[in-house]
Design a protein around this ligand. Structure first.
Ligand code: SF4
Ligand code: SF4
Length: 476
């Protein structure tokens, strides 16, 4: 039995460490710029202040879980307006479809947090341990004081970045300066500590050690993207018709342009060889393009042996034609449909934001009893009112009832003899309201009559109306 088991090949393969080499070039510069912008947005945003008035949070971007609000500069989203967030998520999904259909896994290669933080961790690693060859030597060297010092410095730097990353995340959920003070004085809520600890650990492990394994094994996107790409999608590829047969010899009629220098492989953060064709592991970071272009420049060959190319261009390119221009690949019916849907949803969201009222009203007729006959023969209906004022200062609201015969109705608000209510800034007020029809009124002797209740801000344009009913005495 034991010998049978030992004959079975192991399905486990240990990770082969990857030591990407430093490279400069157009795409590397673009990646630096995107990295700087995305990291700056992430770390700085919670510290931007935004004056909304004395009773309101002054943090520009805040997910206020305690009060169930989302603040984004001048926009405030309440829980019942979650459709705005849903709309944004749909737009993000469509945007991803659009970019993937046009440029393959451009999100993975440039803007995915896993890519950005791994890139940051690799940069720190390079500063401390040196470039590819120095890191390979260090990896193979036995443990020594020098190796321990370099590894310790690297891990300490990674840990600092990981703590800053976890720390920045919690600042989005509460007032950042207050939480920072609470963290420094060790008075922060345990949930804040726990969140920081979890995000610190995941950032440290994902960016420092798991790296490309997250992209290959944990992320579903590489599998999904294949369904979104077609033969017109521009993606990073190797022009084998130009490069093969590869070889180290000087340019000749018997050799292709690839000098087999391995520069494209050595810079690849996924550790793959683009000359083997398109692979699931490729995140289209385009660093191999920079590496190969540098080699082509050095050897006096034309750039673009490794470059962005589309399957639909291959036949023509093999025959010696130039690739079609970028716009011909991007302006396709599919892309126009995606862009149209994206813009349509965006326009609807903007219209919804602009047109929404600063006050919302919910009115629920009390059903038990449906009406009360007063001692004088009049009929009274009661309603549960929820008045949501999204204004940033206390506001006074008055009510009006309209409908056939509604002019005879008298409206009173429980606990508010003046009939008007004052709602504190950004709060919801609940009250019971009563509508009373005098004895001889048509609504008092009728069945169920539709009416409209309107609330209006006494000092501003905000108003809201709801349709409801008034139950008369003849109700069957
Ligand atoms: S093959 Fe090129 S584009 Fe793909 S991950 Fe490697 S370096 Fe980036
Ligand atoms: S960098 Fe260019 S020339 Fe060098 S091995 Fe890669 S494809 Fe060939």
């Amino acid at each position: 039995m034991a010998s049978e088991q030992s004959d079975v090949p192991s399905l486990y393969a240990a990770r082969e460490p990857i030591f990407p080499k430093r490279i400069s070039g157009r795409f590397r510069s673009l990646k630096w710029a995107i990295m700087a912008v995305t990291l700056a947005i992430y770390y700085v945003t919670p510290w931007i202040r935004w004056d909304r008035g004395p009773a309101m949070p002054d943090q520009a971007v805040l997910v206020d879980l305690a009060n169930r609000r989302f603040f984004f500069f001048w926009i405030e989203i309440w829980p019942h307006e979650f459709y705005f967030v849903a709309g944004l998520l749909v737009m993000a999904g469509l945007g991803l479809f659009l970019f993937t259909a046009a440029l393959g896994r451009v999100w993975c290669g440039y803007a995915c947090p896993q890519t950005v933080w791994t890139d940051l961790f690799m940069t720190v690693e390079r500063w401390i341990e040196g470039d590819r060859n120095a890191r390979i030597r260090l990896h193979r060297a036995p443990w020594s004081l020098a190796k321990a010092r370099l590894r310790g410095a690297k891990w300490a730097a990674w840990l600092l970045i990981a703590v800053a990353t976890g720390g920045a995340w919690v600042f989005y959920f509460t007032d950042a300066p207050t939480l920072a003070r609470d963290l420094v004085t060790l008075n922060a809520h345990p949930v804040a500590w726990l969140t920081i600890a979890i995000l610190t650990a995941t950032t440290f492990v994902f960016g420092g050690f798991a790296r490309e394994q997250i992209c290959i094994y944990a992320c579903p996107w590489p599998r999904i993207q294949a369904a979104m790409m077609d033969e017109d999608t521009l993606t990073v590829g190797y022009r084998d018709w130009r490069g093969e047969p590869r070889g180290k010899a000087a340019p000749s009629t018997t050799k292709g342009d690839c000098i087999d220098c391995m520069a494209c492989v050595n810079v690849c953060p996924m550790g793959i060889d683009i000359r083997d064709g398109q692979q699931l592991e490729c995140i289209t970071c385009a660093l191999c393009i920079d590496a190969c272009d540098e080699m082509m420049d050095r050897t006096g060959r034309p750039r673009g042996l490794v470059g962005y190319l589309a399957l639909s261009d291959e036949t023509a390119e093999r025959a010696g034609a130039a690739p079609r221009p970028l716009l011909r690949h991007v302006l396709r019916p599919r892309m126009i449909v995606y862009a149209g849907l994206w813009s349509g949803i965006g326009a609807l969201l903007v219209a919804g934001l602009v047109l929404r009222s600063a006050v919302d009203m919910n009115v629920t007729p009390v059903r038990n009893p449906l009406f009360v006959t007063m001692s004088d023969g009049g009929v009274r209906n009661a309603y549960e009112l929820r008045l949501r004022s999204k204004q940033h200062d206390p506001r006074s609201y008055v009510f009006a009832v309209t409908g056939e015969g509604a002019e005879a109705l008298t409206l009173t608000v429980e606990g508010e003899p003046a009939g008007a209510v004052t709602v504190p800034a950004d709060q919801t007020l609940t009250r019971r309201i009563y509508l009373t029809a005098p004895p001889g009124a048509a609504l008092a002797g009728g069945e169920t009559s539709p009416i409209t209740l309107t609330v209006a801000d006494t000092d501003g344009p905000a108003r809201s109306s709801v349709q409801t009913v008034f139950h008369g005495r003849n109700l069957q």
